[in-house]
Design a protein around this ligand. Sequence first.
Ligand code: SF4
Length: 350
Amino acid sequence: MKQSFSSNLINWYDENKRDLPWRHTKDPYKIWVSEIMLQQTTVNTVIAYYEKWVKIFPTIQDLAQAPIQTVLKQWQGLGYYNRAKNIHAASIILVNEHKGILPKDPKIIRSLPGFGPYSTGSVLSIAYDMPLTIIDANVRRVVMRLLALPGIADTKQDAQIEEFLNKVLPGRRVGDFNQALMELGAMVCRSKEPVCTICPVVKYCKAYKLGQQEIIPQIKKKIIKNIQAVIAIIKKGEYYFIQKRPSKGLLADLWEFPGGKIEEGESKKEALGRELKEELGVELKSSKHLFDVKHFYTQFRINLSVFDCVLESEPKKDSTHRWVSFKDFTKYPMPSGSAKIIEKLCLDNN
Ligand code: SF4
């Protein structure tokens, strides 16, 4: 089985794989960048980010020398900003301790910031053809169907999936094999309506034989929270007041307008007054609603009600606060919600 399973899969991949920019390189650094960007983010979104990134930071050395704020700015909009911080921190370690080269040793790679079992396996197998298995959401779904495993697709299944992958892993072209499995999950063995009629490994698939490909794995219903928040636009001439988020937690170290969540029972204006007092120690004199902006994150969706605010006194200013003009917004990495607000302010001003 081992040989025909892997050769069927790799042959299918050779003929059907999508033409993606990171598939044209063998540079381990660029493969690493693409693999980290592709975690939690769709291929279509990643393409433009990847192409821009490898132009701005073409080598590990270029990335290591860049200030973290520049790196975060290039990541703006991709989300999960720890990925950018980790890739930057790892590049500095690689330059200082490994001559700017990604070593072939999985133990060293695994010890670098941001490398888990998946990214270690994917980068080393794709860049160096090392015999390492990988399990991402696509691989997990495909193998659960091949083996007709019961339950939801979570890490509890990984021991059995790993055992299967070790049995079918080919002796060569391991990187292509791993990519082929992920590609099969993305293009054919999709979570909804898998196209089994064109599947290169249909003859090995237990779920297909049982007619259960649509119900394996079981779906866990996601609960998406709705959050209401208020945002304060504070102006001084042509300058806007922004602040830096704390270095830990959600959207750490990004810049944003002051504001925050509306608490239960609070009106928008009450929330605005409270947030400005808590965050900046200032009293709100008057406010005018400008517009609302919606943004979707993986775990929640947020509605940002944006207000033009006049304060009783000027807000405090330290290293985590700035007055910036429109053209200077481009220097500050911001969450997507804030970037949408700037776009809207820009449109309204023109
Ligand atoms: Fe997935 Fe269908 Fe192929 Fe089985 S036969 S691996 S369910 S696409």
